[in-house]
Design a protein around this ligand. Structure first.
Ligand SMILES: Nc1ncnc2c1ncn2[C@@H]1O[C@H](COP(=O)(O)OP(=O)(O)O)[C@@H](O)[C@H]1O
Ligand SMILES: [Mg+2]
Length: 334
């Protein structure tokens, strides 16, 4: 069952097409693991946040306690809990840019302040700024998870966006690499132009260089963590319909290509076979789609989660959903 499949992981990404149930499944997984005694950090990276709505309490840019199911029976001392956090990209970009601006003002001579400020203003609008800010926060959450939690569950944005993020560490690393190379050139250039080249200039260069190296190291650590198949797994949520199935196959191919382990596929909101003819017919149609999915992805566990009655809001409803992260699909071989 899904909870067992991820029990040994430290980082789980929950992804898939929009509206299939990523946020609900991510929250239920977090709650399920917390119920087994794990300290869980649940992180939303979807700009359309809804952790707060789902847990019926305000969730923001810093972790807040969402649930503390307590110690499981027979395991005294291990009291699990779920903390939640919604990454706010705008806020992150602002914070990041103002930190960089402060460093630039400190490090650059006065006459460079205006061009530097213009440069930063452009950077705010540049493609990739947003993503790299989110990625930096994802890296931070993985680091925080390694220190203070047993598991980090990411409720991600719809598939395409997340895949772009997961490929970014490499792009950003080489981008940092390029900057470092430019820096190397300009250090020599600067030293030549300055002639006497005061000691202070050299210190500034060294500090800029350290900043870039820190960033590079952080992204390469993230890349290592994400592709560590023992520690990190991706759960793809879908509904048993043509488009989500097609997207799942595509996402699976891309993740596998990136070296990311797909731990499980979750067919969510499965129609019941025994609740009238309409739903029974839907059920048969869904079975057909899942059999096709199975043919294309034969060896990843495929799990069913039934369509539940009522609104999925609040810890009690989520606990009910967590209790259903068990049954395996008829299309599933293992
Ligand atoms: N197993 C389920 N049974 C019934 N409703 C569900 C189930 N899973 C999700 N939902 C509902 O489906 C809608 C979309 O779920 P959500 O988790 O927000 O999807 P996503 O995060 O992928 O956009 C929500 O209204 C949610 O309550
Ligand atoms: Mg969502």
């Amino acid at each position: 069952m899904l909870l067992d499949l991820i029990a040994a992981r430290r980082v789980v990404f929950v992804g898939g097409k929009g509206g299939t149930g990523k946020t609900s499944i991510a929250a239920a997984l977090a709650l399920g693991r917390a119920g087994a005694g794990a300290r869980v950090l649940l992180v939303s990276t979807d700009p359309a946040h809804n952790l707060g709505h789902l847990w019926d309490r305000p969730v923001g840019d810093a972790p807040v306690r969402l649930a503390a199911p307590g110690a499981p029976r027979g395991r005294a001392g291990a009291a699990g809990y779920v903390d939640g956090l919604e990454i706010d990209p705008e806020h992150t970009v602002e914070q990041h840019l103002s930190a960089v601006a402060a460093t630039m003002r400190r490090l650059l001579p006065e006459r460079m302040h205006a061009p530097a400020a213009r440069h930063l203003e452009l950077a705010r609008q540049a493609p990739g700024t947003h993503e790299s800010a989110v990625l930096e926060r994802i890296a931070e959450a993985v680091e925080l998870g390694a220190e203070a939690y047993d598991l980090v569950v990411f409720d991600t944005a719809p598939s395409g966006h997340t895949l772009r993020l997961l490929t970014l560490p490499e792009q950003l690393t080489s981008w940092t690499e390029t900057l470092l190379a430019n820096r190397d050139r300009s250090e020599r250039f600067g030293a030549a132009v300055r002639g006497l080249g005061g000691g202070a200039e050299t210190d500034r260069d060294a500090e800029l260089r350290r900043m870039l190296v820190r960033r590079r190291n952080r992204f390469s650590r993230l890349r290592e963590a994400v592709t560590d198949r023992e520690q990190t797994g991706f759960v793809v949520v879908l509904t048993a319909e043509p488009l989500p199935v097609a997207e799942t196959v595509e996402v699976y191919g891309k993740l596998t290509g990136l070296g990311v382990d797909v731990a499980a596929l979750v067919a969510n909101r499965r129609s019941p076979a025994d609740a009238g003819e309409l739903l029974a017919r839907r059920r048969r149609q869904e079975d057909g789609h899942l059999v096709r999915l199975r043919r294309q992805i034969p060896d990843v566990p495929l799990l069913d989660v039934p369509l539940l009655p009522g609104d999925l809001v609040g810890a009690e409803a989520l606990a009910r959903l967590a209790g259903r992260l068990g049954a395996s699909s008829p299309g599933d071989s293992g």
